[in-house]
Design a protein around this ligand. Sequence first.
Ligand SMILES: [Ca+2]
Ligand SMILES: [Ca+2]
Length: 285
Amino acid sequence: MKAIRILFALLIVICLSGCTTSETNSDRAATGNISSDNLSVSDIKQKVEQPIVLYNGISLNETDRDAKVIDGSDVIKNKEMYLKYEREYYLYSDGTYIGRANGKIEGRGLDYYWQVVFPSEIGKKYEVAISNSYNPYPRRFEYIASDFPKEFDENSEVIREINKKYNVNSCVKEVCRVDLDGNGKDEFLILVVDYVNNFFTKCLVDSNYHIVSYLTVFNEKYEYFDELVKDCDVFSSGEIIDINNDGIMEIIVDLPCYEGLLFKIFTYNNGNFVGDYITNTSLKP
Ligand SMILES: [Ca+2]
Ligand SMILES: [Ca+2]
């Protein structure tokens, strides 16, 4: 009798695990929208698990972002994009998960740009929307607004290098400390300003206090420069977030531009940086 009970329990376990696996796989296949031709298992896994990420409603995928989706009429012009982007997302605000909501494609501006909007209450306050369920903030970051590490004081190597390069007299205004690649050593995202010369830069600095990249460089006459610097602070104008579920946190940086929303994505992993060494920005048309 005991043996029969064990056998029965075993059968239930096998059945349950089988059901769960097939459900997960079909879910993934449905969201992945892929053809299996010429693809290895790892290719398929990578394709299927690649999340769709929106930053303030705008796709991080540049090709999709530039695709013609809206043309002023109510007729759906690009069915594939609607199928891909009109879906449920996990929403995040200030690095915290705030809930799920269904996104809808909508036009913005006069040039038929498109974005995804969330008509629900929760959609009014979010910065990042992700199609998949994973932790996009695997490591916490620390924002420092005063008492900076001595490596960023006015006579530090970092500041002297910036001042020499741009012929300015700048100082650090903000520091964000985070271990981007998860190797146990912190990297730094710093905002450096010279109000007299209308200059600011956002730099990525490695754990040995060497500048990896000038992620933003603004240096032109602008009436509301003080306001611009406030708008470009490290906390509110960008994200440090893992956008592809590989455990490495990417840096999304908002750039000052003449109109619309312009941002760039940078990756730093174990000494390897992906992105431009210098990103110049301007508010001129
Ligand atoms: Ca690190
Ligand atoms: Ca990543």
